[in-house]
Design a protein around this ligand. Structure first.
Ligand code: COA
Length: 418
């Protein structure tokens, strides 16, 4: 026994901040943000608390499923931070809804929805529950250093919820964690203990963007492949991939790895940015309300996040279209010939020309990355393709300016590994 989703809901704050709005106080541009990430705007919880957003999403999901708070047997909240360390966000939502069931939070960063679904599946398997309310709510904009243009432009706020009831629609699920506080971390605020010599540093989000990017592309594509295999279905059987919304370029790179058509990858990142745990279920609710999910559709949900965590599942969509729209903010080289060099060169040309969809003849040993107009994320993806091709690791800080340097570097690595 697993579960079926009988209702979804979401909430987005009324305040919308566009990329152009950010240029008022940040050295950035709509052009940089939208080409690097696909983000054009994000919702900011200017008035709302995390609890407000969670409750609004929960009410919408309950209404969508025709359930009342009294019927709920368990409230599971996925969040990085509610208003308090304690009481949990789950308890705050329980209070506001007037529910009487156990409630608690879990933190798996942006993979939170998948972690919560897996936890809920355990309660259904044990026959302990008939109705579970899963809520993901995040005020990411409060966890940012708004002078750091490389992070604050990426995130937004929002919440989403789902009502789960007994059923057989979770066909497979896979979670992973790889403890890592270098790629992404948000320290707690420091207290004022007079004996503490421990300084955690600034309490805002810190991230190594390119490390996370590489992790994300491979996590998202491998996650979908794994859960499809476990569910005994092929990638062609998947009606829609509903992924965590972190960066359109990550989605596009993962899509290419999966060999799936663009129309099978759902996205709302242009209007929402990255809302951490809430991003995937917000998108799921929007798709449901837009009538884009048909009864019987096989959906692949896939996410990654701080931790580093990942989660993916295959879910059969079993409900009819949701009726009302979701609530929205109403709170106030010349070529060297022959031997290994030639074959290394050829492989590099193939990786680059496939990626750029360009004529391989145009690439010579003296071609520079500047000639190819590659930005740093293009380079990251090309280097990832070369890592796969040659089974080597290329550190992002490696100073490589043209194809010849790349050939030499790769040949050196291959020799060392031989
Ligand atoms: N506006 C303008 N320029 C910016 C900028 C901004 N908002 N942010 C960074 N830059 C500049 C940098 O200063 C740097 O300039 P320089 O070359 O003159 O030094 C240049 O752009 C490249 O910066 P870099 O940090 O290398 O960018 P990137 O190519 O790695 O792209 C991300 C940055 C964040 C878009 C990308 O790494 C990413 O999406 N990573 C994954 C993050 C993620 O998904 N996190 C969520 C996990 S759930």
């Amino acid at each position: 026994m697993s579960f079926t989703i009988t209702g979804t809901g979401s909430y987005l704050p009324g305040k919308v901040v566009t990329n152009d709005d950010l240029t008022a106080f940040l050295d950035t541009s709509d052009e940089w943000i939208s080409t690097r990430t696909g983000i054009r705007a994000r919702h900011v919880a200017a008035q709302e608390t995390v609890t407000d957003m969670a409750v609004a999403a929960a009410r919408a999901a309950l209404e969508d499923s025709g359930s009342t708070p009294e019927q709920v047997d368990l409230i599971l909240c996925a969040t990085l931070a509610g208003e308090y360390i304690t009481p949990s966000l789950g308890c705050m939502v329980q209070k506001e809804l007037g529910a009487h069931c156990p409630a608690y939070d879990l933190n798996a960063a942006c993979s939170g929805f998948l972690y919560a679904l897996d936890a809920a599946a355990g309660y259904f398997a044990r026959g302990r529950v008939k109705k579970v309310l899963v809520i993901c709510a995040e005020a990411m904009t409060r966890l940012m250093d708004w002078t750091d243009r490389s992070t604050c432009v990426l995130f937004g706020d929002g919440a989403a919820a789902a009502v789960l009831e007994p059923g057989e629609d979770l066909l497979s699920i896979h979670l992973s964690a790889a403890g890592n506080n270098d790629a992404l971390c948000i320290p707690h605020v420091n207290g004022n203990c007079p004996y503490s010599g421990y300084d955690r540093g600034p309490a805002s989000l810190m991230m190594n963007g390119q490390e996370v990017y590489k992790f994300a592309v491979s996590a998202m594509s491998k996650g979908v492949e794994k859960v499809a295999e476990e569910a005994g279905i092929s990638l062609e059987d998947i009606a829609l991939v509903v992924p965590h919304q972190a960066n359109m370029r990550i989605l596009e790179a993962a899509r290419k790895k999966l060999g799936m058509p663009a129309e099978k990858i759902a996205s709302n990142i242009d209007q929402c940015g990255n809302t951490s745990a809430a991003s995937l279920p917000i998108l799921l609710d929007q798709l449901s309300r837009q009538g884009r999910l048909k009864k019987g559709d096989l959906l692949a949900l896939t996410a990654f996040g701080g931790g580093l965590t990942t989660g993916a599942c295959i879910l059969r969509w079993a409900k009819e279209k949701s009726k009302k729209t979701a609530p929205r903010g109403n709170f106030s080289c010349e070529q060297k010939k022959g031997g290994i060099i030639m074959s290394t060169f050829e492989s590099i040309v193939k990786v680059i020309s496939d990626y750029r969809e360009m004529d391989p003849e145009e690439i010579t040993l003296s071609t520079t990355f500047e000639d190819l107009a590659l930005d740093s994320l293009d380079m990251t993806e090309i280097l990832m393709g070369l890592e796969d091709e040659f089974g080597i690791t290329i550190e992002p800080d490696e100073k490589l300016e043209n194809v010849e340097q790349l050939v030499t570097f790769i040949d050196d690595q291959l020799e060392k590994n031989a």
